[in-house]
Ligand binder design. Structure first.
Ligand code: NAD
Length: 297
């Protein structure tokens, strides 16, 4: 399979597109995502150095001959860490892996006069390979200088998605912040209601089991990362508040036993989804059949 062929390529190493690149310094390289990229760069034959939180005393030494610097520190520290990178070699590429893009990209452009690119790998550190994974990127400055990097990601199996930092962050407000927050709130609700999870699962149809899994998996991950993602911008809070308001309006409909209003709203959403509503019904039937097979194996 595709996955296996990428995994075996991993063992033997990947083609190196920029063999003459000076060392790559990954700031936060001992962390989860930074560590993953360090391994991938090393497997491709690049010289990799890690600049951890205790290493700033020798930062000048680590950075003086860097060919590329990749920032991968906790979101809330990202911009202050970027601001320390004001003495990089002029031709050094400055990049980051942060889940939000506008602030870090702006900070990188301000601190470094050379090539700059913002990256957002749309996956966590637990993946087996980059096959079919998406990396979103935001052009910063001198894109011709880092085209090889984007091609290197493609060699690792990733597909690339170019987007402006503003559009990226707007999309992430819905795709990440609101979604993670509703999972968080549902998790808090479940924990307080304290139902017997085994019994719930025994009563669950596959779709509910899947929904529960989507919520439960959040709490197997890093609280700090999700707090940072959800609280990364005021527009996230504004979006969550609009959702909260609509939730309240829908409850008022229930309190008024207003089935006509419910049906009218239902129809509006149905027409907003358009052809996708039917498409999603069919698609989810297929996914549920697979999930059902997997859990009863
Ligand atoms: P992490 O906590 O595992 O790693 C962060 C690393 O940065 C740690 O090793 C920490 O010691 C180090 N660090 C902290 N302060 C530092 C400093 N001042 N100087 C140098 N190093 C410092 O976090 P992570 O999950 O790997 O996330 C890192 C970045 O990757 C974040 O910007 C996050 O948005 C992004 N990201 C993470 C995921 C994910 O699922 N984990 C997915 C996409 C993007």
């Amino acid at each position: 399979t595709m996955r296996e062929s990428y995994a075996s390529e991993n063992d033997s190493g990947f083609k190196c597109l920029k063999p003459d690149l000076r060392p790559i310094v990954v700031v936060g390289g001992h962390g989860q995502l930074g560590g993953l990229f360090c391994r991938l760069f090393e497997l491709s034959g690049y010289t990799v150095r890690k600049l951890g939180s205790q290493d700033w005393e020798r930062a000048d030494e680590l950075l003086s001959d860097a060919g590329m610097v990749v920032v991968s520190v906790p979101i809330n520290l990202t911009e202050q860490v970027i601001r320390k990178l004001d003495h990089l070699p002029e031709d050094c590429i400055l990049a980051d892996l942060t889940s939000v893009k506008s602030g870090p990209l702006q900070a990188m452009l301000e601190v470094h006069p050379g090539p700059v690119v913002g990256l957002h790998p749309m996956f966590g550190p637990d993946i087996a390979s980059l096959a079919k994974q998406v990396v979103a990127y935001c052009d910063g400055r001198n894109p011709e200088r880092y085209q090889w990097l984007l091609e290197q990601f493609q060699i690792w199996g990733a597909s690339l998605n170019r987007i402006s930092a503003v559009e990226h962050d707007e999309g992430m407000t819905l795709i990440q912040a609101l979604r993670h927050f509703t999972s968080f709130a549902y998790g808090v609700h479940l924990a307080e209601e304290d139902p017997k999870l085994e019994q719930l699962l025994a009563l669950s149809s596959p779709i509910y089991r899947l929904e529960l899994a989507m919520v439960g998996r959040l709490f197997a991950q890093d609280a700090q990362l999700y707090a940072d993602i959800i609280m990364s911008s005021p527009q996230n809070l504004a979006m969550i508040k609009r959702f909260h308001r609509r939730f309240g309006e829908a409850i008022a409909m229930l309190e008024g036993k207003d089935k006509a209003a419910f049906k009218q709203a239902f129809g509006q959403v149905e027409s907003w989804f358009g052809d996708y509503a039917q498409h999603f019904l069919t698609e989810s039937q297929g996914l549920l059949r697979q999930a059902n097979d997997a859990t009863h194996r």
